[in-house]
Design a protein around this ligand. Structure first.
Ligand code: PEP
Ligand code: MN
Length: 266
């Protein structure tokens, strides 16, 4: 039923060189703010996460917000700011596409196109990102089973794009008092047993609380993740979205050093 015959890695070309995602490669860190807020903050964040060892800058231009009255992202002008950050640092860019009509424009700037949790089963969008050439980061749906998720990936693969990275970002929890979602770290060994596709973990949306992000990042490395997606903001208290789960630049520096030590040890 599943698509076979693909290599067990995804290689992404960035201005700083090729970055490989997969079991036999170093853990790749993707970091940045939930939303691109202005050019100064995105370029500064890019410089700092690069210095800490991140290979990709992630920032939202089109934001899928629960409330229509919440900040929706700066759209096209944010794509331009991401391009400036890419020029300034050579980092690869990861950013979300929500609408089929934006795919071409997003793919001009993005080195990896993100499909968000809420669109995991938007089959029209999946088929369309499957017909373009940029690798795709496919986030797990809010209440998606592993098979739902793998079949969503299958839509992209079957449309001709073999470069899909699966990103666990927490599933609906019954205990919203302490975490935003339940981060399913068991997805790592489960997926490893089912698919050749690389695996990423997003501990920021997975927990919703910045204080818990370092612990779960390190746990994900030990559990064998191929990549981490971590929200970082210069001033989380002022963030336009997801401030409570965003690390400061200093906290990300510190965590990156810890992650390096753990990666060396396993
Ligand atoms: C995001 O990455 O900022 C985001 C909205 O994530 P998710 O789709 O996992 O909720
Ligand atoms: Mn976010």
């Amino acid at each position: 039923e599943y698509y076979h015959g693909q290599a067990s890695e995804v290689i992404v070309l960035t201005p700083n060189g090729a970055v490989s995602f997969g079991e036999h490669h170093p853990v790749v860190t993707i970091a940045g703010p939930c939303a691109v807020e202005n050019e100064e903050m995105i370029v500064r964040t890019a410089q700092r996460v690069k210095a800490a060892g991140a290979k990709f800058l992630r920032g939202g231009a089109y934001k899928p917000r629960t409330s229509p009255y919440a900040f929706q992202g700066h759209g096209e002008s944010a794509l331009e700011m991401l391009w400036q950050a890419r020029q300034a640092t050579g980092l690869g860019i990861v950013t979300e596409v929500m609408d089929t009509s934006d795919i071409e424009r997003v793919a001009e700037v993005a080195d990896i196109v993100q499909i968000g949790a809420r669109n995991m089963q938007n089959f029209t969008l999946l088929k369309k990102v499957g017909t373009q050439s940029k690798p795709v980061l496919l986030k797990r749906g809010l209440a998606a089973t592993i098979d739902d998720w793998l079949m969503a990936a299958e839509y992209i693969l079957a449309s001709g794009n073999p470069n899909v990275i699966l990103c666990e970002r927490g599933i609906r929890t019954f205990d919203r008092q302490y975490t935003r979602n339940t981060l399913d770290l068991s997805a790592i060994p489960v997926l490893r047993s089912l698919t050749h596709l690389p695996i990423a973990i997003d501990p920021s949306h997975g927990t919703g609380i910045s204080a818990f992000v370092p612990t779960m990042s390190k746990a994900a490395i030990v559990a064998g993740t191929d990549a981490l997606v971590i929200e970082v903001h210069p001033t989380p208290a002022q963030a336009l979205s997801d401030g409570p789960q965003s690390l400061t630049l200093e906290q990300f520096d510190y965590l990156s050093r810890e992650m390096e030590i753990i990666s060396q040890a396993i």
